[in-house]
Design a protein around this ligand. Structure first.
Ligand SMILES: Nc1ncnc2c1ncn2[C@@H]1O[C@H](COP(=O)(O)OP(=O)(O)OP(=O)(O)O)[C@@H](O)[C@H]1O
Ligand SMILES: [Mg+2]
Length: 311
């Protein structure tokens, strides 16, 4: 079973309006509320592909109850730590010129008790899982080295940990030596401190991460696919051209593909195919964190992989 960790989930509120401009009043043509946060997206894709998964993290207030109800409707197993504050909402306004305007709340402050409860719960249940997948930003009150600690506990229990986050949480998380990290280009740039403009520079950044004891480094590159690094080898992953409707959450879907592949003990190239195909299939859907299985299978066949020795 796979455990997903979303420490700062949200209700994603999506409004479609006509001719959006700042400072005006609009009536929504379409409204959609969905449980969100990167780890929740990962959870949904794992569920779509039929593998056992449980979601955890922090939830609070009416919004927290709403998210739990929605996960129940999707038959997704979940056990969140209840907090005093209210789980956040993130608003996306889509207009007919294809612009997307977003307003993201920081989310509630997590008190010391919530954090201690989470660590205790995590240690209690960890042996029921093979893979732990932590995604997204850390809420206020949670220390920046939290992922590093969670990775340390997972390693003590011989569990594989996938980390997909950014900024300081990623920088410190990497020190814990997770099994797999999946930065996108911008996240890798922030990490290494220089602008990346070619494959050699991606490889240089990835090597720096492999040297920290990470088994697999995947740098995702949007419609251009991804580059993966493990041991002495680098892999170029080219995905087919698709009609991309909404690529938000493609990275999360890719992470789901990796978790599933590790669970199914796929060989390295099949794993890259499935993960990339999950990302690409998600870009074809309006809904974030959704994939069509037939699309995934087709894209897996059409994805091209090139293996090279790391210089
Ligand atoms: N427009 C697209 N067309 C085809 N495939 C895509 C497209 N966008 C993303 N993908 C696929 O999804 C994978 C992950 O996408 P991306 O690099 O955009 O992740 P990300 O920036 O972490 O996204 P997010 O954080 O929103 O989930 C890519 O490696 C690719 O396989
Ligand atoms: Mg991402």
């Amino acid at each position: 079973m796979i455990l997903t960790i979303t420490l700062n989930p949200s209700i994603d509120r999506r409004y479609v309006v006509h001719g959006f401009e700042k400072g005006k009043v609009f009536r929504a043509k379409e409204v959609q509320y969905t449980p969100g946060g990167k780890g929740i997206n990962v959870t949904k894709v794992i569920k779509f592909l039929g593998e056992p998964v449980m979601a955890t993290g922090f939830l609070g207030g009416r919004s927290g109850e709403y998210i739990e109800d929605e996960l129940d409707k999707m038959y997704i197993k979940h056990k969140f730590i209840n907090i005093n504050g209210e789980t956040r909402s993130c608003i996306a306004i889509l207009s007919d010129d294809k612009s997307q305007t977003e307003v993201l709340e920081d989310g509630p402050h997590i008190g010391e008790k919530g954090i201690l409860d989470f660590y205790e719960f995590y240690e209690d249940i960890i042996d029921d899982f093979e893979i732990i997948c932590a995604s997204g930003s850390l809420p206020e009150g949670v220390r920046a080295d939290t992922y590093r600690k969670l990775i340390g506990i997972a390693k003590k229990h011989d569990k594989k940990f996938i980390l997909d986050t950014s900024g300081e949480a990623l920088k410190l998380g990497i020190e814990g030596g997770p099994f797999l990290v999946k930065p996108n280009k911008e996240e890798l740039e922030k990490l290494v401190g220089y602008t990346i403009s070619n494959e050699d520079e991606i490889a240089e950044g990835a090597k720096h991460l492999l040297d920290k004891g990470i088994n697999i480094v995947v740098v995702s590159l949007g419609f251009e696919g991804a580059m993966a690094f493990s041991g002495d080898y680098a892999y170029k992953v080219k995905v087919p051209k698709v009609n991309a409707v909404n690529p938000v959450g493609s990275g999360d879907s890719m992470v789901a593909g990796f978790a599933i592949s590790i669970l199914r003990k796929y060989d390295f190239e099949t794993m890259l195919r499935l993960a990339a195909a999950c990302g690409t299939a998600n870009a074809m859907e309006k809904e974030t964190g959704k994939v069509d299985i037939d699309n995934v299978k087709r894209i897996m066949r059409e994805t091209k992989i090139e293996k090279m020795k790391i210089k």
